[in-house]
Write a protein that binds this ligand. Structure first.
Ligand code: PLP
Length: 430
């Protein structure tokens, strides 16, 4: 298995863990917090980061490490670190290179939880997120960058607007300004898009979504592309100067291309402890084994659903899915997403607003109403009646949310059944 360049479908099944002679064929769960060493000298070398090895499961664990390796191989990174949630991955990805007094750029279309983390919680910690979006000119975006700007954060396929990130425009713009691009690749997954190959520097995921795929385990991951030059100027002293909290280690000098991910683990995971349990990594690995199969099926099913919804102009005002030829995102989807496949999430707006959207959702029987997206079972959510329930229709429109907006996460069931379910529910809305 080891010394060949395998394709992604193979890596999904067999990447990461490579059993030795007589060892278990399936990734074992190392349910141990601690590791035994024969001498204090060996342990001391481990603490000095001079030899690799596990010292305590808050920082690393063999089961977790094998899954990190698999995801790093899938994304084409130099290293990865699993976290206890997608939120923890976003937080650590930013904190790793930004401190109080610094700022960073974020796209305005990020997932709501990330937006809140950046605009509210990080601001309280003295780190300012500055919102930019694709409709701004390059000059307007660049004018938001100053000497304390540390990074740019975006999503490959934004949740829930489903905008596709314009790599060819933003990557050179940010690198020209001297800052790295950190991208949330949750909806696309490494099967549909490898942001590192397209120039991004760090990738994060909420593994809770398609990677796990079964809605069983909350988790996240950070993957280091290893391409950003942290020493090109004095903007990243935390990586290029001695870390006093770690015996004066200089990450760029000691770990080269893996400086960023090593610091994230040895300093921030050590201090914050947002660690996944070994059993969670094991379950995530079971999901990853079928990721390639599932995401193709999600994408095929979603395209069929989106086409059907588009044909129902009697009840549906608009459909948003990057795989649709009519979508303004289609050209970018064809350019950046494998075969133009755009995952399973479809958004649409019901004519008749909030009431009609709720009637439609209540009339579904296969698709369930849940606060989740991107797992094997078809599910649905109407922000106006759930997450944004407290807002009036007018306030919703001001927030850019149509009251009749429905986020439909197409599963991997038989597409004829999913469409029949939608058809029957729509017939109750006539
Ligand atoms: C695109 C995206 N990023 C990050 C997150 C946060 O991940 P988690 O719920 O695993 O903390 C989510 C959750 O919905 C998401 O959709």
């Amino acid at each position: 298995m080891e010394n060949r360049r395998w394709n992604k479908a193979t890596l999904c099944v067999q990447g990461g863990y490579v059993p030795g002679n007589g060892e278990p064929r399936v990734l074992p769960i190392y349910q141990s917090t601690t590791y035994k060493y024969d001498s204090s000298e060996e342990l001391a070398r481990l603490f000095d980061l001079e030899t690799p090895g596990h010292m305590y499961t808050r920082i690393s664990n063999p089961t977790v490490e094998m899954v990190e390796k698999k995801i790093s191989q899938l994304e084409g990174g130099v290293g990865a670190m699993l976290t206890s949630s997608g939120q923890a991955a976003s937080l650590i990805a930013v904190l790793n290179i930004a401190s109080s007094g610094d700022n960073f750029l974020m796209m305005g279309n990020l997932y709501g939880g990330t937006t809140n983390l950046f605009l509210v919680t990080l601001r309280r910690m003295g780190i300012e997120a500055r919102v930019v979006n694709a409709s701004m000119s390059d000059d307007e975006i660049l004018s938001a960058i100053d000497g304390r700007t540390r990074l740019f954060f975006c999503e490959t396929i934004a949740n829930p607007s489903l905008e596709v990130f314009d790599f060819d425009r933003f990557i050179p713009l940010m690198h020209g300004a001297g800052i790295p691009v950190i991208i949330d690749n949750t909806f696309a997954t490494p099967i549909l898009c490898n942001p590192i190959a397209l120039g991004a520097d760090v990738v994060i995921h909420s593994t809770t979504k398609y990677m796990d795929g079964h809605a069983m385990v909350v988790g996240g991951v950070i993957v280091d592309g290893g391409s950003f030059d942290w020493e090109k100027d004095d903007r990243y002293p935390e990586l290029s100067e001695p870390d006093e909290s770690y015996h004066g280690v200089v990450y760029t000098r000691q770990f080269g291309r893996a400086a960023y991910i090593t610091k994230a683990r040895t300093q921030l995971m050590r201090d914050l402890g947002s660690t996944p349990q070994p059993i969670a990594a094991f379950l995530l690995n079971v999901g990853l084994e079928t990721l390639d199969l599932r995401i193709r099926r999600h994408s095929e099913n979603a395209l069929r659903v989106a086409r059907y919804l588009e044909s129902r102009t009697d009840l549906i005002a608009s459909v948003s899915y990057p795989g649709l030829e009519s979508s303004p995102e289609h050209e970018k989807a064809m350019r950046y997403l494998e075969g133009g496949m755009a995952s399973g999430v479809v958004s649409f707006s019901m004519k008749g607003g909030r009431e009609k959207a709720m009637l439609f959702m209540d009339s579904l029987s296969l698709a369930e109403i849940v606060v989740h997206v991107a797992d094997a079972r078809t599910c649905v959510l109407n922000p106006a009646s759930t997450t944004h329930r407290q807002l009036s229709d007018e306030m919703l429109r001001e927030a850019g949310i149509d009251p009749g907006f429905v986020r439909f996460s197409v599963g991997i069931e038989d597409p004829d059944d999913i469409i029949r379910d939608i058809e029957e529910a729509l017939s109750k809305c006539l």
